[in-house]
Design a protein around this ligand. Structure first.
Ligand SMILES: CC(C)(COP(=O)(O)OP(=O)(O)OC[C@H]1O[C@@H](n2cnc3c(N)ncnc32)[C@H](O)[C@@H]1OP(=O)(O)O)[C@@H](O)C(=O)NCCC(=O)NCCS
Length: 166
């Protein structure tokens, strides 16, 4: 993600989250935060997805991930999550965490597919509706078991994408 991508990212952000990040949040992340890694996913040159992580030594954190509503269910979100996981692993992270709304079963299902489990609940974490956040975690990212799980999932994903986006 670069500064010139932020306008489109903000449009997707406002269609995706009840409490959207303001422009300066993305600007600060990509310009000032040395721990941050942000990416956009494009289809025919147009941004349809984005996501970000922080990597702090062995610890990594998914800060955001979203797909434009018109492109959901076509594997762009999964492709972005795989990219974030690979980026975290390349940066030598051993585990990865995130917060997700208790009601967001779509995202939770995606995360569980990639080995995340719920480790705790943050009560009233989301101030817009006082909803709880589930804290999810996946570990041993650099171990052989996770590597083989990721390889199998990536292989299936590549075949699904090659067969035509659903
Ligand atoms: C969550 C999100 C990124 C998923 O992206 P997507 O491109 O629609 O999802 P994909 O097509 O890549 O699907 C990947 C997996 O997600 C889950 N998933 C996707 N759509 C789903 C649905 N409608 N119901 C249940 N699970 C779903 C499934 O596990 C799916 O894998 P499968 O096809 O093997 O079942 C997208 O829905 C989104 O942008 N939501 C709004 C923002 C958001 O909630 N972000 C997460 C914040 S924690």
């Amino acid at each position: 993600m670069t500064a010139s991508d932020i306008a489109v990212v903000l449009a997707i952000e406002s269609l995706s989250f009840a409490s959207a990040w303001p422009q300066n949040a993305f600007v600060n992340e990509i310009r000032d935060n040395k721990l941050a890694h942000y990416f956009v996913g494009r289809l025919n040159g147009e941004i349809v997805a984005y996501g970000g992580i922080w990597v702090i030594l062995e610890d990594s954190h998914v800060t955001t991930i979203a797909v434009h509503p018109d492109y959901r269910g076509r594997k762009f979100g999964e492709e972005m999550l795989v990219h974030l996981l690979e980026e975290a692993i390349a940066a030598r992270a051993s585990w990865i965490t995130l917060e997700v709304r208790e009601s967001n079963e779509t995202a939770q299902r995606l995360y569980r597919k990639y080995g995340f489990t719920v480790v705790s609940t943050r009560r009233g974490y989301y101030s817009d509706n006082n909803e709880n956040a589930l804290v999810m975690w996946a570990g041993n990212l650099k171990g052989p078991l996770y590597a083989s799980r990721l390889a199998v999932l990536k292989d299936t994903l590549a075949r699904e994408i090659n067969a035509g986006r659903r």
